[in-house]
Write a protein that binds this ligand. Sequence first.
Ligand code: AP5
Length: 214
Amino acid sequence: MRTILLGPPGAGKGTQAAKIVEKYNIPHISTGDIFRENISKGTALGKKAKEYMDKGELVPDDLVIEIATDRLLADDCKKGFILDGFPRTVHQAEKLDEFLKQHDMPLTVVINLEVEDKVLMERITGRRVCPKCGASYHVTGMPPKKEGICDVCGSELVQRKDDNVETATNRISVYNKQTKPLIDYYEKAGIIANIDGSTPLPVTFKNVSAALEA
Ligand code: AP5
């Protein structure tokens, strides 16, 4: 199972990826998570990525392609992988295709989660994440059992720095300009499954699972 989760910010890519990992036991590769980890460790990559992420802009292609393809070379990716948030430009998609062809790892399916902008904004601004274990919640839609506290590890939940209205507005606009063309790109390749990402989580996951197993 080699899959890409495509969709605008807040579409539910990370949420669906966590369910896929649980059910199918394949690695989840999120370029956003890799950057955030580097930011929290204060690495050179993290410092560079932060300049772009704080504004809701895309990190330059060369940086992203290198970290994503390096990660795909790890042993655990031999049994499959879920790419979340990569590729995000046509150039990244072309480079990924070259890499996958070279390593005889053809994609199984590209899951495109469709959600309208108004819902995206509510989801992004209401999201709370655990800085320790990475679990994700929503203040009204998927609240933790105890307000502000992670169900999994008991840490205090935080809001992502780019989850404010101004930055999220730019992230959605950047998605529409630079990432949306990938829908056409993968439609032409005949491997896209368009799924309504605005349905309740179990319904969306049922549809995602059906597309993965088709
Ligand atoms: P990244 O971390 O990838 O963020 P994103 O794509 O903006 O996506 P999000 O994490 O915001 O949303 P999601 O779709 O995962 O939604 P989630 O499941 O959390 O990227 C961040 C930044 O890193 C970029 O802006 C860029 O700067 C940089 N970057 C990363 N990759 C890059 C690349 N390839 N190239 C260049 N730059 C790159 O859900 C959102 C909320 O909704 C949650 O609260 C959740 O609980 C709730 N929710 C989810 N599903 C449902 C549902 N079905 N019903 C109700 N609520 C739901």
